[in-house]
Write a protein that binds this ligand. Sequence first.
Ligand code: GUN
Length: 285
Amino acid sequence: MAQIIDGKQVSRQVRERVSAETEKLKKKGITPGLAVIIVGEDPASQVYVRNKEKACEEVGFYSEKFALPENTTQEELNALVKELNERKEINGILCQLPLPKHLDDKEVINLIDPIKDVDAFHPVNVGAIMIGDYNFLPCTPAGVMELIHSTGVDVSGKKAVVIGRSNIVGKPQAMLLLHENATVEITHSKTVDLPSVTREADILVAAIGKAKFVKADMVKEGAIVIDVGMNRDENLKLCGDVDFDDVKDKCSFITPVPGGVGPMTISMLMQNTLTAAKIQNNIKD
Ligand code: GUN
């Protein structure tokens, strides 16, 4: 049986680190501030936003939530982002996605001042990640890297395979693995003979959004398996992209769902907000 990577524990360690640094900043009169915008009533988004507010409270940040009605216009949303760009006590701005269909998420992301873009979704920050000279790492891929580091296994020289090519996870995940000298392959729905590729992976990251898609015959003996998925199975039970019970005896480390990658994402958002506050206040250490 593989060792289970405890995302809750690693996440707690990140938050403790952020909390301790926040206390030091507060002694200098600086409180990191995060603004979270949510438009409409999507229940999953409501839960995420509530958890982000709770995390801010836990680490000692100032947070402000902007819950806008479903019929908000693009102009109204844009005006709010512009106002938040100007406010000194707001260091990070996050617009919860997905937005209602009549709103353009790209337009909003492009309006956020890159130095306040704690999601690292702005093209300037995406480009910075590509060249390895960044302020913010995208939260989910950064959380995955923390989980991999927690195993004590050195990423350098390992073969890493990412399943999924989204802008939020798959693509930046591949970059972060590459920055640590993994040999990386990105796979997707058009990949021919996917199992033959994933079976080569020392590190396998699944981010495709298909319940229990990764089976034991797709996994190399002794691999590290990281499951970014968050799905419902046939009994509506929460499950990942990896068939945990099928894979757990074949790999060396595995993340559970829930309790793996999920708790990390918000902790990395806290880390980014702290970084944003430090940069905006010219604090170097
Ligand atoms: N919706 C789902 N995940 C995320 C995320 O990481 N950031 C934002 N802004 N919206 C999301």
